[in-house]
Design a protein around this ligand. Structure first.
Ligand SMILES: Cc1cc2nc3c(=O)[nH]c(=O)nc-3n(C[C@H](O)[C@H](O)[C@H](O)COP(=O)(O)OP(=O)(O)OC[C@H]3O[C@@H](n4cnc5c(N)ncnc54)[C@H](O)[C@@H]3O)c2cc1C
Ligand code: SF4
Length: 268
């Protein structure tokens, strides 16, 4: 974490959201999932020479998605927005190191953030100059692609493969397709949730360098949790509009997720 008296004093620890030095809402001007902060930070990091590559997630056909590498701002832009699926990013990280990349950003869910941070230690032992910055996304749960396709067809009458955008916000799942919005309650899609997600207790990506989500922010803004020196360095000088975030909402969802994980583990 941050060194020196000023930064040391600013670091706080919350039992629900982990270590942080700052929590704020921001919009970047990029038309992303929420405030476009993930995309803006990846591009800013590349422009400042902090990243020479990033692991992102991209659609491969319809709504299916997988990890991909981005080495230019255009490639980062092409990967913006969220697919609410669990995607493994660790093999791409290893691949980038093997290809000679040394300053790597990884965008991922909390479970993958934990893996990436654990891998960083092994990678550093093999290749000491590797620097991995993990941008973790808030995540209450992820869906199984095939089940989500079936359920959104049954409940909303839409083909998820044709979705221009999907959104989870305030208990609602929205599919944007053909210029229209189709909504249902997230709880109506319970049958499509990945089983492993029910016992997962990390909402805010506690292992990441910085965590980003929509909870705690108004529409069109991203909530940012700054957790490390690397995150503070990345944010320095970025041109964004910042407002106060509703931290209590992140705490509420983090507690709710922990409670669900405990109940699910007891049932198993
Ligand atoms: C499975 C999942 C569940 C989520 N649940 C919540 C939630 O309950 N509450 C909440 O506040 N936020 C949640 N989010 C985060 C939210 O959807 C946005 O990703 C976040 O607010 C960042 O918005 P942005 O505008 O800054 O992103 P953008 O600038 O649009 O960039 C989005 C980035 O996310 C990457 N990405 C897209 N899909 C995935 C994926 N499946 N896995 C890893 N990376 C991906 C893209 O490559 C891109 O780099 C979830 C994200 C995922 C992946
Ligand atoms: S709920 Fe947990 S296990 Fe499921 S995708 Fe999100 S972080 Fe990963």
């Amino acid at each position: 974490m941050a060194e020196g008296n000023k930064e040391e004093a600013a670091v706080q620890k919350d039992e629900n959201i982990g270590v942080f030095s700052e929590v704020f809402s921001a919009r970047s001007g990029i038309d992303g999932q929420d405030g476009g902060m993930v995309t803006a930070l990846l591009i800013w990091g590349m422009q400042k020479g902090l990243f020479d590559a990033a692991v992102v997630v991209q659609r491969t056909g319809g709504y299916r998605a997988q990890a991909a590498t981005a080495e230019t701002p255009d490639e980062v832009m092409a990967a913006r927005r969220t697919e609410y699926l669990r995607v493994s990013t660790s093999s791409k990280l290893r691949e980038l190191v093997a290809c000679g990349k040394r300053r790597i950003a990884v965008v991922c869910t909390p479970c993958e953030a934990f893996v990436a941070k654990s891998m960083q230690q092994t990678l550093k032992a093999e290749t000491p100059d590797v620097e991995v910055t993990v941008i973790g996304l808030f995540c209450f749960e992820a869906f199984n692609y095939a089940k989500l396709k079936k359920e959104t067809q049954r409940i909303l009458g839409v083909d998820i493969d044709k979705a221009e955008k999907t959104q989870i916000h305030k208990g609602k799942f929205t599919v944007h397709t053909d210029g229209k919005e189709h909504n249902c309650r997230i709880r109506d899609l319970d049958g499509a949730v990945e089983e492993g997600c029910r016992v997962c207790s990390d909402f805010s990506a506690r292992s990441a360098d910085l965590s980003i989500g929509s909870a705690g922010s108004p529409a069109g803004y991203s909530t940012v949790i700054v957790r490390s020196d690397a995150a503070e360095k990345l944010l320095e000088g970025i041109d964004i509009v910042k407002i106060a975030a509703e931290k209590e909402e992140i705490v509420r969802l983090s507690k709710l997720k922990k409670e669900r994980a405990q109940k699910s583990a007891c049932r198993a």
